[in-house]
Ligand binder design. Structure first.
Ligand code: 2P0
Length: 303
């Protein structure tokens, strides 16, 4: 099979922040996301021409460490006696900058393995496998998805046409991975238990707001949830933060737009970049207004 498999990024409106169990992975709190159809990874697997497995992202050979991370993951579900492979991936988004490249990358990789090794797995089986590579990737298989504490992944149907754009603060790889960061927070943050309670509450309120297509409520819950997630990093021991001065400037832009009566909200993941959440029909207006205030890169995330 010579064609590429596609995986999509997703951004949580109620965040996954901590593992209740590692194998299989279960989240401490239910979480919910929106898929970003323009931010994707395409991956194909071919026979390696060397004596080793190889891994390339955007034509760049990845380090031994990156290679062994993904080989250890795929070895759990691909045939034991196999020939060496070359994994070729292209990201349409910056890698490991808190833009969900691990969710799009893992989804694409799992589907590519299914194709190359003729595994014939169902979508549900692929979702279960993907979770073990990157928890949040299980949500990328649906436009809107929830991932519950018991491991279930559900599609969420909605009449509201949500969209996002990213105000890029920094495209570089983050210094601390989401995985490491959430582990530190679970183990040391003084408000971690409060986070779990709050996130459970946010999740049920978010489902209700989505059902009612209440955009104001959706946005308010998303902002509040993201800020609380980031407060757990500040209450960790030792404290740390993904947010920079530029992040706060981007947040101010969103608040300014709202003051002007333009409905939009922000969310932030394990990195400094700010995603603006809005209704798709307002994209042109929001883009025009944001461009006046944000001179750095802006990424539109929907087709
Ligand atoms: C989320 N994040 O809900 C949260 C918010 C980052 C901030 O899920 O350890 O790469 O592989 O399960 O899925 C990113 O973490 O972590 C993430 P692992 P993953 O989108």
């Amino acid at each position: 099979m010579d064609s590429f498999s596609i995986g999509y990024a997703n951004i949580a409106l109620v965040k996954y922040w901590g593992k209740k169990q590692k194998n299989p992975v279960l989240p401490f709190n239910p979480n919910l996301s929106l898929r970003l159809d323009k931010l994707k990874t395409k991956t194909k697997i071919i026979k390696s021409s060397s004596n080793d497995d190889e891994f390339y992202i955007n034509d760049e050979k990845q380090s031994k460490e990156e290679l062994s991370k993904i080989i250890n993951f795929i070895n759990k579900f691909i045939p034991k006696n196999r020939e060496k492979i070359k994994i070729i991936s292209y990201n349409s988004l910056p890698t490991a900058a808190g833009l969900s490249s691990s969710s799009s990358g893992t989804m694409a990789l799992v589907i590519a393995c299914n194709e190359y090794f003729n595994l014939n797995k169902s979508k549900e089986e692929l979702i279960s496998i993907a979770k073990e590579g990157s928890g949040s990737s299980c949500r990328s298989f649906y436009k809107m998805a929830s991932w519950l504490e018991d491991g279930t992944v559900k599609e969420i149907k909605s009449d509201i046409n949500l969209a996002m754009m990213v105000l890029v603060v920094n495209e570089n790889r983050k210094e601390i991975s989401s995985r490491k960061a959430m582990e530190i927070c679970v183990n040391t943050s003084s408000n971690y238990n409060d986070w779990v309670c709050k996130a459970k509450n946010d999740f049920s309120n978010m489902l209700d707001a989505i059902k009612k297509s209440d955009f104001k409520k959706i946005g308010e819950i998303a902002e509040d949830n993201a800020l609380y997630m980031h407060s757990t990093t500040k209450k960790a021991n030792p404290p740390f933060s993904f947010l920079t001065n530029e992040t706060y400037k981007a947040i101010d832009i969103v608040k300014k737009l709202r003051k002007k009566g333009i409905e939009c909200y922000f969310t932030i993941d394990a990195g400094p970049n700010v995603k603006i959440l809005y209704q798709r029909e307002n994209q042109d207006l929001i883009y025009k207004e944001v461009k006046k205030l944000w001179t750095k890169k802006i990424i539109l995330c929907m087709e």
